[in-house]
Ligand binder design. Sequence first.
Ligand code: TYD
Length: 136
Amino acid sequence: MNQARIIELPKFEDPRGNLSIIEEFKNIPFKIERCYWIYDVPGGEVRGGHAFKVQQELIVALSGSFDVLINDGINEHIFSLNRSYHGLYVPAGLWRQMKNFSTNSLALVLSSTKFDKNDYIYNYNDFSNLKSNERK
Ligand code: TYD
């Protein structure tokens, strides 16, 4: 799978409560231009069925759990996120979908770019064709 991977973030365990950290270029391989979060997801809902041409991101389950399905045009892999010290690094050019959100789950997404609608590929067939042309 084209480099989508779990990054183990620093974790300071403390009887007063644990603390984790993300610093750009230290824990993640990109500069953080934007962050957003997904919350209050009704049971059974699916988010993020698309790919980005340029945007790289890190997805963290700050609370609860959900699955992130990653597809590179050939292979598919499901990452289950349920630890607030695990970040899923998603490079550009991968199809990704988020589903199976637990009640009260909170997904933090750190992005390498400002919001740009033109960076989205919304149609899986377009994505798949792009990938197969890249392989030629
Ligand atoms: P979208 O990326 O389609 O959500 P998801 O991938 O979870 O299905 O974004 C949903 C809406 O929010 C869409 O109308 C665009 C808007 N949006 C912004 O305006 N800025 C942002 O940074 C993001 C992530 C979304």
